[in-house]
Design a protein around this ligand. Structure first.
Ligand code: ASP
Length: 572
């Protein structure tokens, strides 16, 4: 039984390819071999009809097989073909190469019939099972937490759910089960996990959906190392599903070092071309661009690009425009030719400094040296992006590798560039390093947290931390981000209460499951499109084109939940 994938009439004999989840099989309607009835029925079927065929499985004969399909050696000579359901002509062919994305989303149930999509769903299932098995083997319990919650703290906007029983009040959908899993630790559950749906009302990107799935886990009586080791084992188990061997332990890099060397807190370590600090080398140079940056507390850093003489003036102009787009005032370059150096900035740089730059950057003929001078944050960001862009453009990235690494020792807080406010780098429930606790009052931005990210090939797979389980310390952390005692009690009072009845030290992570499956399916980690591994995703504008939602709700229904006034989306 299955769907009619294709139908070929070879003058008197009809060949049907019938498809189900497992693949294709050829069914033959041949009046000579199987009888007139089956042949006649085969004549009437069309693409995507649902049929049942009964007949004899026979070898196709020497040299007649189809090596492109797994069942290519055999066929079914039908005695009987029953149409279980007819089908409208499908909006696209199941094996069509290019299908318009909107059409795929609009007719997702047909899109999902495509073998690649079936394979992705199967892979997702296997990855979920591997995660469950591994975590169960480590004594974790899978525990469901509510979808109807009080506001959660991951820093995104909440989805609201009006409450009919008490009009004017709302639940929110969880941005993650963060507070509930911490509560489970206080409740003595010791080790929890969940394949948890997380809902965040954010602007969307290819690797973001309003709802995504995390492998969410939390452990009691642990230190950072215990969590990292557990996640390493989990990644080995999950990646094995796609036959990818993962070596553990994963390298660890502090946040500071990652920013210094790669200009990113999620470095792609599949290639080198690290950022080189040249501030000392050019300290004496009068070239305004460098001197001004250094004088105002900035840095001069560079990349030695193994360009093999391939970067044209046009390429360089593009790179300069790209750098400006990300906040740099400019980008200087020096080409290293066989005959010597070439650049319009050489006249500002004494020869001994030129030599020192070449030596410090390990430059060889054919290389292109790029420089950015600015505040450290801008330098890191721009050079980090240039490094990635050129790494891909010049084919330096070994795509067969899966380079896992931990980025640890994140700051607990960061300064919001626009508002200047101090905000949690991740969420406000992380434990500061013991030695840094006194800094909470004197210099909060210098506080390092027991906060870690897992990175693979330049993409963040998870964030997690050892949590603050001491109510007074938690209050102090909330105070730093401008949440005073009264507001803390209002918003997180229950967690503070939970902690005051004896909470164990605990920590955990939330791993982006959709992204993991996308990588397992062979997508490039840094540019995944998680819609390919989610059965019913939303479009980039948050719509479900198949269901036609979000949609307008009947005024009566709104009134029932206490919403009396609403906007007309057509007028928006
Ligand atoms: N709840 C966190 C998040 O979604 C993950 C964690 O800290 O466990 O980012």
């Amino acid at each position: 039984m299955g769907w009619v994938h294709s139908r070929r009439d070879h003058g008197g004999v009809i060949f049907l390819d019938i498809r189900d989840r497992t693949g294709l099989v050829q069914v033959v309607g041949d009046p000579q071999r199987g009888g007139a009835a089956a042949h006649q029925a085969a004549e009437g079927v069309r693409a995507e009809y649902v049929v049942a065929a009964v007949g004899e499985v026979v070898h196709r004969g020497e040299g007649l097989g189809n090596p492109r399909i797994a069942t290519g050696e055999i066929e079914i000579v039908a005695r009987e073909i029953t149409v279980l359901n007819t089908a409208l002509h499908p909006p696209f062919e199941i094996d069509q190469e290019e299908i318009n994305l909107e059409q795929r989303m609009r007719y997702r149930y047909i899109d999902l019939r495509r073998p690649v999509m079936q394979a992705n769903l199967e892979l997702r299932h296997k990855a979920a099972m591997a995660a469950r098995q591994y975590l169960s083997s480590q004594d974790f319990l899978e525990i469901e937490t509510p979808l109807l919650l009080k506001a959660t703290p991951e820093g995104a906007r909440d989805f609201l759910v009006p409450c009919r029983l008490v009009p004017g009040t709302y639940y929110v959908l969880p941005q993650s089960p963060q507070l509930m899993k911490q509560t489970l630790m206080a409740a003595g559950c010791d080790r929890y996990f969940q394949l948890a749906r997380c809902l965040r009302d954010e602007d969307l990107r290819a690797d973001r959906q309003p709802e995504h799935t995390q492998i969410d886990l939390e452990m009691s009586f642990v230190e950072q190392d215990d969590v990292l080791t557990t996640v390493e084992g989990l990644m080995q188990a999950v990646f094995a599903v796609a036959g990818i061997a993962v070596a553990a332990p994963f390298p660890r890099l502090s946040y500071g070092e990652a920013m210094e060397r790669y200009g990113s807190d999620k470095p792609d370590t599949r290639f080198g071309m690290e950022l080189i600090d040249l501030s000392a080398t050019v300290a004496s140079v009068e070239f305004r661009v460098f001197a001004d940056a250094l004088a105002s507390g900035g840095q001069v850093k560079g990349l030695c690009v193994p360009a093999k003489g391939q970067l044209s003036r046009k390429d360089l102009d593009d790179l300069i425009a790209f750098s400006k787009q990300f906040g740099a005032k400019g980008m200087a370059w020096i080409a290293v030719d066989a005959e010597g150096l070439r650049s319009s900035i050489l006249k500002f740089i004494p020869e001994d400094v030129q030599r020192a730059l070449v030596a410090k950057m390990g430059a060889q003929p054919g290389d292109m040296l790029l420089f950015v001078a600015d505040r450290p944050k801008v330098v890191a960001d721009v050079l980090g992006r240039l490094r990635l862009r050129l790494g891909h453009q010049l084919g330096l990235v070994d795509k067969s590798r899966h380079n896992f690494l931990w980025v640890i020792d994140f700051p607990l807080f960061e300064k919001n560039a626009e508002s200047g406010a101090i905000e949690p780098m991740h969420h406000p429930f992380s434990m500061p390093r013991a030695a840094d606790i006194p800094l909470l009052e004197s210099d909060p931005l210098a506080v390092t947290a027991q906060l870690y990210d897992l990175v693979v090939n330049g993409a963040e797979l998870c964030s997690g931390s050892i949590r603050c389980h001491i109510p007074d310390l938690q209050l102090k952390i909330l105070e730093v981000i401008g949440i005073d005692r009264a507001e803390a009690l209002e918003r997180f009072g229950f967690l503070l209460e939970v902690f005051s009845y004896g909470a164990p030290p605990h920590g955990g992570v939330g791993l982006g499951f959709d992204r993991i499956v996308a990588i397992l399916s062979g997508q490039e980690a840094s540019e995944v499109d998680i819609r390919e591994v989610i059965a019913f995703p939303k479009t980039s504008t948050g719509r479900d084109l198949m269901l036609g939602c979000p949609s307008v709700i009947d005024p009566q229904q709104l009134k029932e939940v206490g919403i009396l006034k609403t906007v007309d989306p057509a007028a928006e």
